[in-house]
Design a protein around this ligand. Structure first.
Ligand code: ARG
Length: 576
């Protein structure tokens, strides 16, 4: 049950009744200070302003007949017209007792929607590097969250597999045509250096460069030899990516691939449709769409180029075809693009062109969920010590190695194999959680020490908090804590109960505005509130009904942390 939305509805209804204005909003927030209650509604001031009446008088009238049906123990008017709401402990207990017996901690959303999530989407010419880490992790968390809320999620990995770079790679592969599959795999084991070698030849040798350009044209025209080499390369590169996804616990599968090449056959049709809609303009031989709202700093019109003078199509053309496919064939209600902020103009342009050209249904919303850059400790984009790009596989290995040292230091008595197992969870969790706990819009500094710290809003802190709660349940006399009736009395019990109840509204909020850091913050706060509860309220030493109730609260806390982390794509450990 989404308490926040529920309160919003009741209070907005009352404001409408009293003011005679339909469609009033109550705008409920979490109260920032305990004296403001648990929630604070602030819709009154706006309405009073509109009606030119005194907000406090309007507030009195709203409160006079406000019936919250036992949810609140106290409601008061505060400041210039806020309503402070204090939730009743009995209500909390009743809600938690329903929650503890239900299988899911969150109800599915009422509206069933098709959500397309375009994420990870690296270029296959090179090995995946840290530039793709953010989008991969954030996109995967969002996909999991939408699924948990009962939505139909369609993952789309829009691999870059069709650009001009492939001409160069094909040329480089031409000497390898006789190799069998396993020999070829060996040659391409390090895609990064294979790409580097090809690029070097391309830059130094005009003959090689010409052959490469010809190969692009041949490939795009469907030449079978080129296609075969290209396919062999793609297969190996996809395998590399999949190994990475598996290691990082990313839910993308081969079936989710809709790479650029998939849209190849549709691109000519896109140009025809744009032409029929009267949207095409020729500029220096290239075909472009000019829309009034896109101008550079000097006020000059900016084109969206859809076809080059040599007939080749562009990144934007493919994205227009993808929008049409996602809207009309996948019947998407929302399409989420989890892509680097540097592509924001590109998306603004293609979204607008798609709208004007009716490539998308009206109710389909296209959203670019952009993210900032990952920086090194020097404040510059993250690089290896020698200035190269950091391969994701190496980054994960390093995280696991560092976690192993940490675990060994903390728990020297554990068997090595057990320490290795713990480290492989903690290392990956630390990297993912560090990413997810940041507001995706900002750049951040990648810092091993912070992400592996046991203090603060980190994965080790939460994993440890979870394992500590679970250790309580290793006692033989605690059989099925789900069955214990929860009572809510002490202040710390109330705070914990309210926080537990807010899990569903937090998850729903993330599904609305797509900021997973809100869920991280929630889990971090939950763990802190739990610690205060555990310090203030004896659990195992309390008498039977209180002991059972508190064990019930501990159990629900553990389940909520586990579920929350799993929505973020992070595994938990029973022992640490
Ligand atoms: N392959 C692109 C890159 O690495 C990202 C693709 C994002 N998705 C899209 N539909 N354009 O920058």
């Amino acid at each position: 049950m989404n308490l926040k939305h529920h309160l919003e509805k009741i209070i907005a209804g009352r404001i409408s009744e009293v003011s005679g204005l339909t469609g009033s909003k109550a705008l409920i927030n979490y109260a920032r200070e305990a004296t403001f209650g648990d929630y604070q509604a602030n819709g009154i001031m706006g309405v009073a302003k509109q009606l030119k009446t005194n907000p406090r008088e309007l507030g009195e009238k709203v409160l006079a007949d406000l019936d919250l049906g036992g949810i609140a123990r106290k409601v008061e008017l505060a400041g210039p017209g806020f309503i402070n709401i204090f939730i009743s402990p009995d209500y909390l207990a009743q809600q938690l007792n329903t929650l503890r017996t239900s299988a899911a901690l969150v109800q599915p959303l009422v509206a069933q929607t098709n959500v397309v999530v375009d994420y990870s989407s690296p270029n296959l010419a090179k090995e995946m590097h840290v530039g793709h880490l953010r989008g991969t992790i954030i996109g995967d968390a969002l996909a999991r969250i939408f699924e948990y809320l009962g939505q139909t999620v369609i993952r789309q990995n829009h691999f870059g597999d069709w650009g001009t770079q492939f001409g160069m790679l094909i040329t480089q592969m031409q000497d390898m045509q006789q190799l069998d599959e396993s020999e070829l795999k060996k040659e391409l084991a390090d895609l990064e250096s294979f790409y580097r070698d090809a690029k070097e030849r391309f830059d130094a040798d005009p003959e090689f460069a010409n052959a490469s350009r010809e190969n692009v044209v041949k490939l795009q025209a469907g030449d079978s030899t080129c296609l075969k080499l290209w396919q062999a390369f793609i297969d190996i590169s996809v395998e590399h990516c999949q190994a990475l996804y598996d290691k990082l616990g990313i839910t993308l599968r081969v079936d989710d691939i809709k790479a650029e090449s998939f849209y190849n056959d549709r691109l000519a049709g896109i140009i025809i449709q744009l032409d029929d809609a009267g949207l095409l303009t020729e500029s220096d031989g290239a075909r472009c769409v000019f829309l009034d709202e896109f101008r550079n700093k000097d006020g000059e019109a900016l084109p969206t180029i859809v076809q080059k003078s040599d007939g080749g199509y562009l990144y934007a053309t493919t994205d227009l075809a993808a929008i049409q496919y996602r809207s009309k064939e996948l019947n998407a209600n929302r399409v989420l693009y989890v892509v680097d902020a540097r592509q924001s103009l590109h998306f603004q342009q293609v979204f607008r062109v798609a709208e004007v050209a009716h490539f998308k249904a009206e109710q389909c919303s296209l959203e670019h969920l952009s993210y900032g850059t990952m920086m090194g400790s020097d404040g510059k984009p993250f690089k290896t010590r020698t200035g190269g790009t950091v391969k994701l596989m190496d980054l994960m290995e390093e995280g696991i190695a560092r976690a192993f040292d940490l675990v060994s230091e903390k728990n020297p008595d554990l068997e090595e194999s057990e320490r290795r197992e713990i480290a492989s969870v903690v290392g990956i969790a630390a990297i993912k959680y560090f990413e997810l706990s940041k507001n995706r819009n900002s750049d951040y500094i990648f810092d091993w020490d912070t992400m592996l710290s046991f203090d603060g809003n980190t994965a080790p802190y939460l994993l440890y908090a979870y394992a500590r709660i679970r250790s309580i349940f290793r006692r033989e006399d605690i059989v099925s804590p789900h069955e214990y009736t929860i009572l809510v009395n002490d202040e710390e019990e109330q705070a914990l109960a309210l926080k537990l109840l807010q899990f569903s509204e937090t998850v729903e909020q993330v599904s609305e505005d797509c900021y997973p850091n809100q869920l991280c913050l929630y889990l971090y706060e939950l763990a802190g509130i739990y610690m205060r509860f555990y310090e203030a309220c004896p659990v195992l030493k309390a008498e039977t009904t209180v002991r059972e109730s508190r064990l019930g609260l501990c159990d629900l806390t553990a389940r909520t942390i586990k579920q929350g982390l799993s929505l973020l794509g992070i595994d938990t450990l029973e022992k640490m």
